[in-house]
Design a protein around this ligand. Sequence first.
Ligand SMILES: [Zn+2]
Length: 394
Amino acid sequence: MRKGMIIIKKAYTDPIIIRPGAAADMTDWLASRFGDGAGLVVCDTNTYRHAPPSPDKLVFGSDVTATDIRAGEIATAISERRPAYLVACGAGTVHDLTRYAANEAGLPFISFPTAASVDGFVSNVAAMTVDGRKVTYPSTAPAALFADADIYGAAPAALTASGVGDIVGKYISLFDWKAAHIITGEPIDADIYALEEDAVMRVMESDIKSADYTEKVMECLVMSGMAIQYMGNSRPASGAEHHLSHLWEMHCINPPTDALHGEKVGVSTLLVLEEYKRLAREGIEYRRTGGYFSHSRLNPVFGELTEGIISENTPDPFDGITAGHIAAVQASLVGLIGTLPDTCYIRDYLRSCGAKTTLTEIGLPDTGEFINMSLRYAPYVRRRMTLLKLSAAR
Ligand SMILES: [Zn+2]
């Protein structure tokens, strides 16, 4: 990856304040922006104690998940209490729920992350489970973000380690964006690409033992979210590694696991890195058969979610791609794989941060069969082109 300047564009989310004591900044800002208008703070039983002074709070259980049913509970609270704004006081799930409900109600929301665990705080997509299927909705970005280092810096170490898992996944996300450019001609926004890359390098080049390491992780996660916000979708920050994580969250090939989002992404990044290195050694072919999107292939794995999977992949993401074209660009793809970091380097880095690195550690089967199923079926969960999607199409 390249080192460079951080590109600053006019942000929709403004201000973005990341520092010790940012909670007080938020209280002042809310008063100046909304006056007497009351807000509704969405939190859970773990983050409740960090909630800003406000007459109204909606407190979910600590095991809350981002489903349409839970978002409906926020919608009910909004219609009953008529707040002027929402505050997402928590980590990823609280943000997805708040963002989704704020977008539906046409209300502004403020991001107040309590852990450096995920990059979705300032993004404008909401990852929700609807009718059992994991869907990413275009949604609203927060009006402002206040990340108080005194609060997120004191979060359980496993949450920050999960944030690091989400960050190392960007090696694959950015790789897949370039691979898609080679495969389909999909355009790359150079500024947004550089922003995402700089965010990752800020963390990877800083000292894990330094006092401000967690602050670096939070800054990177927010920068990554801004890359998503500028792009209008998660392309800069989500590739094949996130598709494995989404597949596991759909519980089609595995039982439910309590693992955090970034823990799953950290482990899936290692699996995809290994797979891409193998492709570089053994060759990249496009060998899709007519049955790739057939019910008979998808039904045994996706069951009642099959129709949703087929509609996600419509129009056909492989339109215009030929075996001849892939043969012609194979050398470029192999060269690109050569720019990826070694799997050992990423595994050692994750371990040194206390992050999880094996399927067993995240509660999933550590077998060759499960890994093969994951690599083969994960690309179906999104239409987005990745090298894994191309190589799994057979
Ligand atoms: Zn993520």
